[in-house]
Write a protein that binds this ligand. Structure first.
Ligand code: DSN
Length: 418
C-alpha cells in the first residue's frame, strides 16, 4: 500500500513500517482508537483527495462535482438509515470541528453552554479554558456524583435552571456509563436550551444498536468517525429536520472550508459496513469485553470508577494499588499494552500524573480477542501493577503480552505487501 513511498522516500516508508510493527505487536487499548478497515485506508488515499469542493450537491462552488455529488448523496442516505436520523451533515473534518459547526450554526458570542466537566469525563471542545471556544462562549459545568460517580442529573437540572444556558451538551471522553438522554432533553426543553450530544466515543455502539441512541432526544448529535465507529479520521453531525438548513449553513460557509472528499468517501463505505452483522458482532463483543475486563480487574483489587462499565471503556482508580496513572501507563507501555493515564472524578493528582488510567476495548475486539484473552490481559495488568518499575517483571509481562497478541493479526496476512 506504500509501494511508491518505498521507492521515493525510504526513510519515511521505514517509519510507516515501524508504526505497523508497533501496532501489530502491541495490545492497543486507547479508548479513542480503533483499527481502520482496509477499504477505509484505500478510500482515504483515493483520487477524491484531488478534488476541491465547497458547498453541497447541486450547489457547489467548483465545477466537476458530478461524481462527488453522487458520493455525498449516497453517504447521506446511508447515514440517515443507519442512525435513524432526519438530517445529516458529513462535511466535518473531525469530532472537534463537528462540535464547532454546531456552535457556529446556533450560538452567538457570549452565549452560555452547560456541559460536563473535562476532569470528570467531558471533552476539551465542550468548554475547557484551554480551548478557544472558552474565549467565545460562557461555560458552566455539571459533573458526577461523588459517591456513585454517575452523572449528577439533579445538579445538572439545578444549574440549568439557575444559569439558563442556550445549549446543554451531553457526551464524554471518559464516561463508562449510559447517559439518560431523555432526562437531559427534558431539562433542555424546560429551560429553552438546545440539546447537543457528542457521541464521538460511542458512535459505533450506537450504530450497531448495542447501546441506546441519543438521536431521538437531541437537537444535534455530533461525532468523530474514528473511535468505536472504526472509520476515517473525520466527523459527522445529525440533527432534526427543522435545523437542517441552519446546520448546513453554519457548517459551510459558517465554519469549514473545502471538503476532505477522500475521507468522505471512506465514511460512505463505513455507513454501509456499520449496518452489517459483522460490525454488530464486533460492537457487541466490545461491550462484553469491557465488562469482562472491569470484573477481572476488580477481582485483582483494582477499583473501577462507577463500579463497572456499560460501553467500550473503563476508568481504573489506581490509588489502592499505590501507583499513579502516569506510572501505570508507562509500565504498561513498556510491556506492549497501550493505555492512557486519565483523571478519575475528584482526582487529587495533577492532569499530567493522574490517579487513573482509561482502557478501551475496541481495537482488541476488532482483532478477535474474547473473554479468555481479556482475562489474560487483566492478569498481565495486575502483574505489571505489582512491580511497575521492576525490569525483570516487565520483561516477563512483555513476553506474555506479545505471545497473546501474536495470535490475533491486526490485518489479514499480506495486506501491506507491495
Ligand atoms: N478526546 C480524545 C480521546 O478521547 O482520546 C481524542 O478524541
Amino acid at each position: 500500500m506504500i509501494k511508491v513511498t518505498r521507492q521515493t522516500d525510504p526513510e519515511l516508508a521505514a517509519l510507516v513500517d515501524e508504526e505497523l510493527v508497533r501496532q501489530e505487536h502491541n495490545i492497543e487499548m486507547i479508548a479513542s482508537e480503533s483499527t481502520a478497515p482496509l477499504a477505509v485506508m484505500e478510500l482515504s488515499g483515493s483520487v477524491f483527495t484531488n478534488k476541491t469542493l465547497e458547498g453541497y450537491p447541486g450547489r457547489r462552488f467548483q465545477a466537476g462535482s458530478e461524481v462527488a455529488d453522487k458520493v455525498e448523496e449516497l453517504a447521506w442516505k446511508r447515514a440517515k438509515e443507519l442512525f435513524g436520523a432526519e438530517h445529516v451533515n458529513i462535511q466535518s473534518y473531525s469530532g472537534s470541528t463537528a462540535n464547532y459547526s454546531v456552535f457556529a450554526s446556533v450560538l452567538e458570542p457570549g452565549d452560555k453552554i452547560l456541559s460536563m466537566r473535562l476532569d470528570q469525563g467531558g471533552h476539551l471542545t465542550h468548554g475547557s479554558p484551554a480551548n478557544w471556544v472558552s474565549k467565545i462562549y460562557n461555560h458552566v459545568f455539571y459533573g458526577v456524583d461523588k459517591e456513585t460517580e454517575l452523572i449528577d442529573y439533579d445538579e445538572l437540572e439545578r444549574i440549568a435552571k439557575e444559569e439558563k444556558p442556550k445549549m446543554i451538551i451531553a457526551g464524554a471522553s471518559s464516561y463508562p456509563r449510559l447517559i439518560d438522554y431523555e432526562r437531559i432533553a427534558k431539562v433542555a426543553e424546560e429551560v429553552g436550551a438546545y440539546f447537543m450530544v457528542d457521541m464521538a466515543h460511542i458512535a459505533g455502539l450506537v450504530a450497531a444498536k448495542v447501546i441506546p441512541s441519543p438521536i431521538p432526544y437531541a437537537d444535534f448529535v455530533t461525532s468523530s468517525t474514528t473511535k468505536t465507529f472504526c472509520s476515517a479520521r473525520s466527523g459527522m453531525v445529525f440533527c432534526k429536520e427543522k435545523y437542517a438548513k441552519i446546520l448546513d449553513k453554519g457548517t459551510f460557509p459558517g465554519c469549514l472550508g473545502s471538503l476532505m472528499f477522500n475521507t468522505m468517501a471512506a465514511k460512505t463505505w463505513s455507513f454501509k459496513y456499520a449496518a452489517s452483522q459483522e460490525f454488530h458482532d464486533i460492537m457487541a463483543q466490545v461491550v462484553v469485553n469491557a465488562k469482562c475486563l472491569a470484573e477481572e480487574l476488580q477481582k485483582y483489587g483494582f477499583r473501577i470508577v462507577s463500579g463497572g462499565t456499560d460501553n467500550h471503556l473503563l476508568v481504573v482508580d489506581l490509588r489502592e494499588k499505590g501507583i499513579t496513572g502516569k506510572t501505570f501507563q508507562n509500565a504498561l507501555d513498556a510491556v506492549g499494552i497501550t493505555v492512557n493515564k486519565n483523571m478519575i472524578p475528584f482526582d487529587p493528582e495533577k492532569p499530567g500524573v493522574t490517579s487513573g488510567v482509561r482502557i478501551g476495548l475496541t481495537s482488541v475486539s476488532q482483532r478477535g480477542l474474547k473473554e479468555p484473552e481479556i482475562r489474560e490481559i487483566a492478569a498481565i495488568m495486575n502483574q505489571v501493577a505489582q512491580a511497575p518499575e521492576d525490569e525483570e517483571n516487565l520483561k516477563a509481562c512483555k513476553a506474555k503480552a506479545e505471545a497473546l497478541i501474536s495470535r490475533f493479526p491486526l490485518y489479514p496476512a499480506g495486506s501491506f505487501d507491495d
